[in-house]
Design a binder for this molecule. Structure first.
Ligand SMILES: [Zn+2]
Ligand SMILES: [Zn+2]
Length: 224
C-alpha cells in the first residue's frame, strides 16, 4: 500500500509537471494537445517496456485501439479547449482545494453514469470498452466516442459550469485524468496491474464502478 501510494504520487507529480510545462511554454490549446500526446505516449512506452517480458503487450491487437484512441483524443482535446476558451473565466487563481473538490464531484457524477452504462439500455455504448484487453495503456481510450463525450461532459457540467475556475485547474484535471485512466488499464497481467481493482471491474462487471469512494458507499468495492 505504501509502495503503491509513493509510486502514485511520483507518477502524478510527473504528469502534472508535463502538463504545466507544455501549457506554460505554448498557448494553452497547443499545450493541452502536447500534454495529451506526451502523457499518453509515456504511459504506452512504460507499458510496452515493462509488459513485453510477460508477452502481454499485443501489437497486432492494437490497430483498433490506435484508431479509437486518435478519435477519442481529438474529442477530449476539442471539448477541453472549448471549455478553456468559452467557460473558464478566472485567470491564474489556483485553489488546490477546488481541484480536490472537482475530483470528488467527478466520482459522484461518474459512478451512476457507469452504473447506467451496464444496464441493458446503454450497454451498446459501454460494451466497446469492455472488449478491451486491459493490460495496455491504450485501452484507456478504447471506448465508444459517445462514452468519451458523456464522460468529459459529466465532468465539465458538474464543475466549471457553476464555479469560477482557473485554467490551471483544467490543466491539472487533464493530467490527473490521463494518468489515472492509463494506469487503470496497464500492467502485464492481473497480478501486475498498476490498478488491479479496475481490472476486476473488467472481469466481473458489477463491481468497482467508481474512482475514489462511491464504491464504498454503495458496497460495490472489491479488492484484488
Ligand atoms: Zn476500463
Ligand atoms: Zn464498465
Amino acid at each position: 500500500m505504501k509502495d503503491y501510494l509513493f509510486k502514485y504520487a511520483k507518477e502524478l507529480f510527473i504528469a502534472l509537471a508535463i502538463t504545466r510545462i507544455s501549457t506554460y511554454k505554448y498557448s494553452s490549446d497547443t499545450g493541452i494537445l502536447i500534454s495529451i500526446f506526451l502523457l499518453s505516449y509515456s504511459y504506452i512506452f512504460l507499458n510496452a517496456l515493462f509488459s513485453v517480458p510477460c508477452g502481454r503487450f499485443r501489437w497486432e491487437y492494437t490497430r483498433k485501439s490506435w484508431v479509437l484512441m486518435a478519435v477519442n483524443w481529438y474529442i477530449a482535446y476539442w471539448m477541453t479547449t472549448w471549455v478553456l476558451d468559452n467557460v473558464v473565466t478566472v485567470e491564474n487563481i489556483y485553489k488546490p482545494a477546488q481541484a480536490i473538490y472537482y475530483l470528488i464531484v467527478f466520482d459522484i457524477a461518474y459512478y451512476p453514469m457507469h452504473y447506467l452504462f451496464h444496464t441493458r439500455l446503454f450497454w451498446f455504448i459501454h460494451k466497446v470498452h469492455h472488449q478491451a484487453q486491459v493490460n495496455q495503456g491504450v485501452d484507456a481510450f478504447y471506448m465508444h466516442p459517445i462514452e468519451l463525450i458523456l464522460t468529459v461532459l459529466v465532468f465539465y457540467i458538474g464543475t466549471v459550469m457553476w464555479i469560477p475556475t482557473s485554467p490551471l485547474i483544467i490543466y491539472d484535471m487533464v493530467a490527473i485524468g490521463i494518468k489515472n485512466t492509463m494506469w487503470a488499464h496497464m500492467g502485464a497481467d492481473a497480478e501486475h496491474m498498476q490498478s488491479p481493482n479496475h481490472w476486476l471491474h473488467h472481469k466481473y462487471f458489477n463491481i468497482n464502478y467508481g474512482n475514489i469512494f462511491m464504491d464504498f458507499i454503495f458496497d460495490t468495492f472489491k479488492q484484488y
